[in-house]
Design a protein around this ligand. Sequence first.
Ligand SMILES: CC(C)(COP(=O)(O)OP(=O)(O)OC[C@H]1O[C@@H](n2cnc3c(N)ncnc32)[C@H](O)[C@@H]1OP(=O)(O)O)[C@@H](O)C(=O)NCCC(=O)NCCS
Length: 339
Amino acid sequence: MSTQPEIRVAPVAAGSRLLSLGAYRPQRVVPNAEIVTLIESSDEWIQQRSGIRERRWAGPEETVLAMATAASQQALAGAGLTGADIDLVLLTTMTSFSTTPTAANLLQAAIGSRGGALEMNSACAGFPYALAVADQAVRTGAARHVLVVGVERMTDLLDMADRGTMFLFGDGAGAVVVGAADSPGIGPVAWGSWGEQAEALDAAPLLADVVRGEAEGPTVLRMKGQSVFRWAVTEMPKVGLEALEAAGVKAEQLAAFVPHQANTRIIDAMVKGMGLPEHVAVADDVRWTGNTSAASIPLAMERVLREGRAQPGDLALLVGFGGGLSHAAQVVALPALAS
Ligand SMILES: CC(C)(COP(=O)(O)OP(=O)(O)OC[C@H]1O[C@@H](n2cnc3c(N)ncnc32)[C@H](O)[C@@H]1OP(=O)(O)O)[C@@H](O)C(=O)NCCC(=O)NCCS
């Protein structure tokens, strides 16, 4: 009788943490004053309903790859690493539109890594999903350093005539390097999906149908704004509390709350629903950057740190949510900003 050899696995690390952070914001600033020349609306209505004053829209040169590369190079420099140190590239986006090669493959080559490359899509919830996978890859020894990038060119998906969506979204990229740590700097993930509500936020017609000639493009984002709003304000406070509980961290111990930057009314409702104390810095990057989907959490983290509202090492609660519908959340120790 042959004995089955035991499969060897790497020793498990005590924890992982965010070593550094990089951000890329497109050059072109689009204020509400410009939006109201494109749709029937007003600066006052947009600010009152969403908190957004301006957003960044990418130019032709600011591709998903270009923005992801710029943010990644900053994050690598901040961690004192080069691409050769990256064992896994995780790129999360809903706007790369390339089935193969993925933007993750192209980014791996652009930064000079020989590591694995994986593109992930969980729409606006993508960043905390990718962070959870990175944490597990580092802790199980599958990778020494993981580059996690959230990047989006939402303008490629917008119907510029749809006044229910076009003013909300923007473009950009944020990147972090995750590496091993003596104590955990990334808490357990609270993730979930609500696929039965998929049609509240989708891209139609499906690209697959356009490719098969069964529908005519372009594929654009469609949203039932009130359904998404209701779901977010009802369910996301519970998700935030679940992530705190899983990490054994109390709301009073948080320095910052960095939710997906969909709009300030949703953010305010989450703060209230979770009963966050006043000292917690609440990220509000959406006012200047709009909703950048998978890029919004790292971009919002960057602003909170740059403005000195929280310091590297402080605890922050991240909550991503959106298309799917889906969500993911965790507590992290904030990284240092690349200078
Ligand atoms: C999109 C959103 C701001 C719209 O606000 P709302 O209060 O739900 O607006 P409604 O769609 O009910 O429309 C209310 C009124 O404003 C009007 N309106 C809609 N868009 C408008 C615009 N851009 N400018 C001015 N008026 C507008 C509507 O026509 C409607 O007018 P009526 O009452 O005369 O019919 C809001 O639903 C929202 O924030 N949803 C969540 C969206 C989100 O963040 N999604 C991303 C999650 S990842």
